[in-house]
Design a protein around this ligand. Structure first.
Ligand SMILES: Cc1ncc(COP(=O)(O)O)c(C=O)c1O
Length: 390
């Protein structure tokens, strides 16, 4: 199967495309036929699978990673007047939920090699109002979690993993999702495993229990219990809750995507290794590396173009690839460059983020790509440098 989508005469290689099989489809149809469409037995299976993968104490399947992050803050007691430290080089979801609970995002710089939170910058940003650190595993490369844990413990802070990119990744032999007090996964359409829309909050049992209550209207008993084997629909409302739970129709897809995660990760690793080998040495083209003690999930393969040495900038490379029918993407416009958050940070104190933001380009890297698709990307990039295909 190829990552190509037919678009007019020239087939465009999409930046991302999900790989779904007959098992996912059959299980989703089974959910539809069962008549039980909301959270139920298939969601429970999906939660058990992610719990097993991560070794987390508990797991709550929700309808997005954004919902999981929101619940993580609420369950952790983060609220008005608090500060939450997070990288600026990330997706807007975390900044939005921090602001939405009345707290302030404190945006800090990343390490230049892995583009993850710089622990020294985190330590320097801790104040008397800091309540939590949210570490985002950029592109699927785990953060320096031991150092972040030390800072969190020293100041009594909650440590949350934004693991949207990183299901299946490992840090020093330990799975992502087991490294913080809580972790949030995304199963959005372009993620390493997908349910179309979806997410999961995993972590400490006490916190996930609170999150589950908050994510289901604050109800003392949920629909599955009320209408399942357990008898009549009596319930009470214990908290001013939200409605974030996952549907069994989507969990059905997730159960089988999760089974295929090892295969998906292996394929992502092979594609990344080919890029790293066959694009090495092009002047001014920075390629992502992997720390010795991690297992990368390769959600992204982000290159950086240094205009001085490459003789072109990132946008010119993106245009050259688009002309060759290859889609790319950018991760991310840093939070401090977004209108809502522009006042929050001085760009001068984030040199690595600033530099990366102007240079980053995410290449297609996903299991639905064929070897020929990968060769095509490599050839187009080498051609932009005036080099033959390897
Ligand atoms: C780092 C990061 N966190 C959170 C999210 C939000 O995920 P979702 O769309 O499942 O809410 C994304 C989405 O792309 C992301 O990249």
């Amino acid at each position: 199967m190829s990552g190509e989508i037919a678009e007019g005469p020239a087939a465009v290689l999409a930046w991302n495309r999900a790989l779904l099989g007959e098992e996912e489809i059959a299980e989703a149809v089974d959910a539809l036929r069962s008549g039980w469409l909301t959270t139920g037995p298939k969601t429970a299976r999906f939660e058990a699978g992610v719990r097993e993968l991560t070794g987390a104490e508990d797991a709550f399947a929700v309808n997005s990673c954004t919902a999981a992050l929101h619940l993580a803050l609420l369950a952790g007691g983060v609220g008005a007047g608090d500060e939450v430290i997070t990288p600026s080089l990330t997706f807007c979801a975390i900044a939005n939920v921090i602001a939405r609970v009345g707290a302030t995002p404190v945006l800090v710089d990343v390490l230049p090699d892995q583009l993850n939170l710089d622990p020294a910058a985190v330590a320097a940003a801790v104040s008397g109002r800091t309540r939590a650190i949210v570490a985002m595993h950029y592109g699927g490369h785990p953060c320096e979690m031991d150092e972040l844990r030390e800072i969190a413990d020293q100041h009594g802070l909650l440590l949350i993993e934004d693991a949207a990119h990183a299901i299946g990744a490992q840090y020093r032999g330990r799975p992502v999702g087991s490294l913080g007090d809580l972790a949030a996964f995304s199963f959005y359409a372009n993620k390493n495993i997908t349910t179309g829309e979806g997410g999961m909050l995993v972590g400490r049992a006490d916190l996930v229990r609170s999150a589950r209550l908050l994510g289901r209207h604050g109800l003392s008993r949920v629909a599955w219990q009320r209408h399942g084997d357990r008898g009549p629909a009596d319930y009470d409302v214990l908290e001013a809750g939200l409605k974030y739970n996952m549907s069994d129709v989507l969990a059905a897809v997730g159960v089988h995507q999760l089974k295929r995660l090892p295969e998906f990760l292996a394929r992502r690793g092979v594609i990344a290794a080919r890029y790293s080998q066959e694009l090495a040495g092009l002047p001014g083209l920075w390629l992502p590396g992997t720390a010795a003690d991690v297992r990368h999930a390769w959600h992204l393969y982000p290159v950086q173009v240094s205009p001085g040495r490459a003789g072109m900038d990132r946008d010119a490379l993106a245009e050259a690839l688009a002309a060759a029918g290859i889609a790319t993407s950018i991760h991310f416009t840093p939070i401090h460059r977004l209108a809502r958050y522009r006042d929050l940070a001085d760009p001068a104190v984030m040199p690595h983020t600033e530099r990366a933001a102007d240079r980053l380009l995410s290449l297609p890297c996903y299991p639905a790509m064929t070897d020929d698709d990968v060769s095509r990307v490599i050839a187009a990039i080498r051609q932009a440098w005036g080099e033959p295909a390897p």
